[in-house]
Design a binder for this molecule. Structure first.
Ligand SMILES: C[S@@+](CC[C@H](N)C(=O)[O-])C[C@H]1O[C@@H](n2cnc3c(N)ncnc32)[C@H](O)[C@@H]1O
Length: 253
């Protein structure tokens, strides 16, 4: 899976901190772009239109959920959340959180030194609404059904064939339902062969333009925003990105 192994212990610690860490723990020494904090919360809170959802029955699908923070955030509004990731390690951690409410882990300060911490299911969330599954987003089971909300954050440019997922989306999102996408368009050949990239080639269109082109037959674009994110590797090294966040409304058939 390219130069990021989503099943490794190192990446698990990074994602537990990214999803559940306190601002002071992530920033360390107070440095760092604060607008990048809370990304897996904001991809839901800033993109979801909860006014058009029924509070008594609402199904959501979180694709590439990693260790599950956005899935729990979706469960604030949705009564049934199916959360899917390819990494069995991430899904095991998310399941432990769901079942026990917390998970202890250590995040790196320097070299092999770690700071002990806990990931916790956010307060006010009924974690029994969430079901975690180890699945490939490009080959989802046929019996998943359809959803009022489909959320996929920073997933598209990690897939070997993003169009395989995009072609499945009209079937997964109910008419009138919402598709919440966030992607920094970090195209890398170790994840996605160049002929499968959505734009970003020397000649041809920009990735956002291509995304609009492939989604517009079945979805109407409602929101287009920048969503910065900050992932801490250790106390003196971070990944900072700006994801392109969009909400799409499934057109009626
Ligand atoms: C960059 S991370 C983003 C995780 C999370 N959505 C977030 O915003 O923090 C990409 C995630 O997609 C998962 N992933 C990669 N390929 C996948 C696939 N084919 N099917 C499902 N999940 C996949 C990885 O295991 C990882 O959890």
């Amino acid at each position: 899976m390219g130069n990021v192994d989503y099943d490794s212990d190192r990446v698990l610690r990074e994602y537990l901190l990214f999803h559940y860490g306190l601002a002071d723990d992530i920033l360390s020494k107070g440095h760092g772009p604060k607008e990048g904090l809370g990304f897996p919360v904001r991809t839901v809170s800033e993109l979801l239109d909860s006014n058009t959802l029924s509070s008594s029955s609402c199904r959501a699908l979180d694709l590439g959920c990693a260790v599950g923070r956005s899935s729990f955030e979706l469960a604030r509004t949705c009564t049934d959340v199916v959360a899917v990731d390819y990494s069995a390690t991430f899904i095991r951690a998310a399941q432990t959180l769901r079942d026990s409410g917390e998970l202890s882990f250590g995040f790196p300060s320097q070299g092999e030194r770690r700071i002990p911490s806990f990931a916790r299911v956010p307060s006010g969330v009924d974690s029994s609404r969430v079901r975690f599954l180890t699945e490939d987003a490009c080959r989802l089971p046929n019996d998943l059904g359809d959803f009022d909300v489909v959320h996929a954050a920073n997933l598209l440019c990690r897939l070997p064939d993003p169009m395989a997922l995009i072609e499945r989306l009209p079937e997964l999102v109910r008419p009138g339902g919402q598709l919440l996408l966030a992607t920094p368009f970090t195209w890398l050949e170790e994840f996605t062969p160049m002929d499968k990239w959505l734009g970003g080639r020397l000649s041809g269109k920009d990735s956002a333009e291509v995304l609009k082109e492939v989604l517009s037959p079945n979805f109407r674009l409602e929101i287009e925003i920048d969503l910065p994110f900050l992932l801490r590797e250790h106390e003196r090294k971070f990944q900072y990105g700006i994801s392109y966040g969009t909400r799409w409304r499934r057109l009626s058939v």
